[in-house]
Write a protein that binds this ligand. Structure first.
Ligand SMILES: Nc1nc2c(c(=O)[nH]1)N[C@H]1C(S)=C(S)[C@@H](COP(=O)(O)O)O[C@H]1N2
Ligand SMILES: [Mo]
Length: 330
């Protein structure tokens, strides 16, 4: 049965982000206008009055919730970095589409409990309501899955708000899934159905795309691995020799970041940077002071999480970020 009250406002893959890239990310909490937007098959506009969420599969009581039902449930706020994994067609290419925002909504767990999720359920499938074409595939739904331990985690939300405002249509409103700590691809926008299951979802967005090849098989693109970016200095502005210069940026990952390092010579030597605190799953600030000499210099940053995982120098979505700065005589 096709749903009423849905309209595609733009078709096809789309990416929008700040013109200055990561150098625009100066605030701890990213303003929405500086937060990237991604969609595979198009943007959807949903009439909130006609929207509903179906919860079925391995549950005791399949249910249908309207927007007012969700709004009436207890909500929580959660700060989290939000990062796109990059193109599923080029999974090793770093894109650095990231921000740090505050979401508000109803924990997914609450609706799973309301529907009486069965003991046999090991995965929760979530799908968006849009349709269209992506990478030569027609009429596939945007369906993702979460293993039960993450689906039942307190931070996973059916979000109604971002940074204190209702979600816009392009942001996935009226209700979207948010999976803090995991790559953006898992945070299904325009959510319309939830299915409890005992296996992974079979569609292209969980099998063909967002499933990295490893030496032993494949690995779903789920938890975010450690990553960091240099926000300042902005390489578009030249620096002054002999002047103390702050090199700073953000570091994040599903696990907290324990340390960060900066190199000012293209990666020959690394210096410990100071690392700030984390709130919920926010990003963490790092900084290092450097007094440069005249010329061009390649600056790099990298971070390590509490498990000892470090960013690689080899091609990867979280490969070490570098910028080239020009230093002139003061
Ligand atoms: N329904 C739906 N949800 C989706 C997508 C999509 O194409 N359709 N794209 C995903 C991807 S790849 C990312 S990175 C995030 C982007 O969320 P944002 O546009 O709010 O930044 O949404 C995810 N959720
Ligand atoms: Mo993405």
């Amino acid at each position: 049965m096709t749903r009423q009250g849905l309209r595609m406002t733009m078709e096809g893959f789309s990416y929008r982000g700040p013109n200055r890239g990561v150098h625009a990310l100066e605030k701890w909490r990213t303003d929405e206008e500086d937060l990237f937007l991604v969609t595979h098959m198009g943007f959807l506009e949903i009439d909130p009055e006609q929207w509903y969420l179906e919860i079925g599969g391995l549950v005791d009581r399949p249910i249908r919730l309207r927007l007012a039902d969700i709004q009436a449930m207890p909500q929580r706020e959660y700060m989290s970095f939000h990062e796109c994994a990059g193109s599923p067609l080029a999974p090793q290419e770093p894109k650095r589409r990231v921000g740090n925002v505050v979401w508000k909504g109803v924990p997914l767990k609450e609706v799973l409990v309301l529907a009486g999720i069965a003991k046999e359920a090991t995965y929760v499938w979530t799908s968006g309501l849009e349709w269209g074409e992506y990478a030569g595939l027609q009429n596939e739904i945007f369906q993702k899955d979460l293993p039960i331990h993450k689906a039942m985690a307190d931070e996973v939300l059916l979000a109604l708000e971002i940074n204190g405002k209702p979600l816009s249509p392009d942001r996935g409103g009226p209700v979207r899934l948010v999976v803090p700590g995991w790559y953006g691809t898992n945070s299904v926008k325009w959510i319309g159905s939830i299915i409890a299951a005992d296996c992974r979802a079979p569609g292209p967005y969980t099998t063909r795309f967002y499933n990295d090849t490893t030496p032993t098989g494949t690995k779903p693109v789920w938890a975010v691995v450690p990553e960091s970016v240099i926000v300042g200095p902005d390489p578009a502005v030249s620096l002054q020799s002999g002047t103390a210069t702050r090199i700073w940026g953000w570091a994040w990952g599903d696990e907290p970041i324990a340390s960060a390092e900066v190199s000012v010579d293209g990666g020959s030597r690394w210096h410990a940077a100071s690392v700030g605190p984390r709130q919920d799953r926010s990003w963490q600030q790092f900084e290092y002071f450097w007094t440069p000499t005249r010329g061009q210099h390649v600056l790099k940053c990298r971070c390590t999480n509490v498990q000892g995982e470090i960013q690689p120098l080899t091609p990867a979505r979280n490969t070490v970020h570098d910028i080239t700065v020009t230093v002139v005589d003061a």
